[in-house]
Design a protein around this ligand. Sequence first.
Ligand code: PEP
Ligand code: MG
Length: 604
Amino acid sequence: MSNTTIPSAASASASGAADATAAPESAASGSEITGVGVSPGRVIGPVARMAPPVEAPDPAEKAAPGRSIDDEYARITDAAATVQAELTARAATVSGDARDVLEATALMASDPTLAKAAKKLLDDGRSAERAVWEAGTSIAEQFAALGGYMGERAQDVYDVRARLVAALRGVSAPGLPNPGHPYVLVAVDLAPADTATLDPAQVIALVTSDGGPQSHTAILARALGIPAVVAASQATTLADGSEVYVDGTRGRVILDPSDAERADAELAARQSEALVPFDGTGRLSDGHEVALLANIGGVKDAAAAVDANAQGVGLFRTEFLFLGRDTEPSVEEQVSDYRAVFAAFPGKKVVLRTLDAGADKPLAFLTNDDEPNPALGIRGYRTSLEKRQVLVNQLRAIQTAREAENADVWVMAPMIATADEAADFVGLCREAGLPTNGVMIEVPSAALTAAHIFATADFVSLGTNDLTQYTMAADRQLGSLSALNDPWQPAVLQLVQHVGQAGRAAVGTATGAGSASDSAPSGKPVGVCGEAAADPALAVVLVGLGVTTLSMTSRAIQAVSTVLRSVTLDEAQTIAAAVVGAPTAAEARRIAREHLPILETLGL
Ligand code: PEP
Ligand code: MG
């Protein structure tokens, strides 16, 4: 291939990951941009870039000479009508949450309160843009002061304010583009608010200049099944409308694809159709069972997990239910949220994780926002050192919900570092009446002392996203450190192996360990619920290292199941032994792929 290669994010400075909308020096036709492939698939489509955030108008900005107050007010009401029409039209093209969010924003744009408040500010000659900005700010602050549900509306007002100012300036609305056809989204990174309106029917691939492989943008892309490349610092050079080939497995983006790339994208479409639907039992070719479970953040994901035939839930991230909340949810509210999920899995395992607040997932009622080093601070289980009652209340809510439904509920704590912490957590769970209690292994110290943790824990689940970041001392959000932040790093795999051995040696099986398929034949269950479980090649290695269950985004289950069924346990153990002894992550990957030709056949 005669493509020129633009250096990867790992070799570019972090500051290279700048505003995706800054006037780019366009990439040349046929040139290749590299990043980190975080969600598999190969597609071709036109680029649409994320519009930049709207800058505040200068406080001294005045109306253009000759424009009266009435003229400026007319501009504001015209802008409101434009924004409302745009959002309504867009809402009609999407479904689910995206539609709800867009319809609510359209409604707010048509509400005259903001326009009228802005009109009052036009008296001293302010521009319409500045008046809208100030009026929007003051309304949003009033909402924020109310807290709770009303407080959450403040963000919607800020969004409408930005859209109105963009319309007044005649520039693209901020946030996701709307070119009117499916596109490859190019952005610096995605904010949670953008992801709520991201429609996988429109966004056929995602390329970001920032973001690491374990970032929540990457996790979202995998959950939606959108091919994605992150940490592609040169993505900023891609111009709107240009056609690109995106390979979300290898982290490649090629401008003006050749016939070979077109043929490859067509092959990928055929390969994905060749995956065998998951029949509801994860097993290797010799019949050895490995339960395949889903990672969920709420009831909507639970429905997707049921559709994917998941054997249950291996990670219910309960903090996702309460992001953006100022106050602790009541026990009653929690009971109702948990019941809604448990009800989707009668007789099946649901592993619920207690609130993992902190670092990239702050919860105002539980975490401090002034820690100098939040990933190493009071997060996860550690929040209970200061606010124990929040954990006690949550456990009470889980137990009440468990008693009201038929799911096989297991509970685990995030960010456990010592056997003492594990014993403390398990003790609290037992006091609450919960029968099957374990911890996540996300900190190297917990992996190394797993044998002691098993003295009280009924099971463990490896959170390989955090385990990798803490083993490699590399922030999982940073695209520029993605080579370190890689679960194929031999150091991480050695820790997994150590935990697998401790699990096998642990005495007894977990109480209430549900169906035979999700308990270890002997010893105690060792799950993986980090993103590593969703990588079909790594899934084989993890099983070979002693992992007994795998939990992942529902979309990945089919591919993981297909590849697991191509090996026996003996073969998985042989591959794992070769991989864990590799000197580098790249070599570890290469060895696994060499042993798994099915990956090439399926285009994985
Ligand atoms: C992990 O760290 O691997 C994990 C599953 O937890 P989270 O991604 O929510 O931090
Ligand atoms: Mg984690």
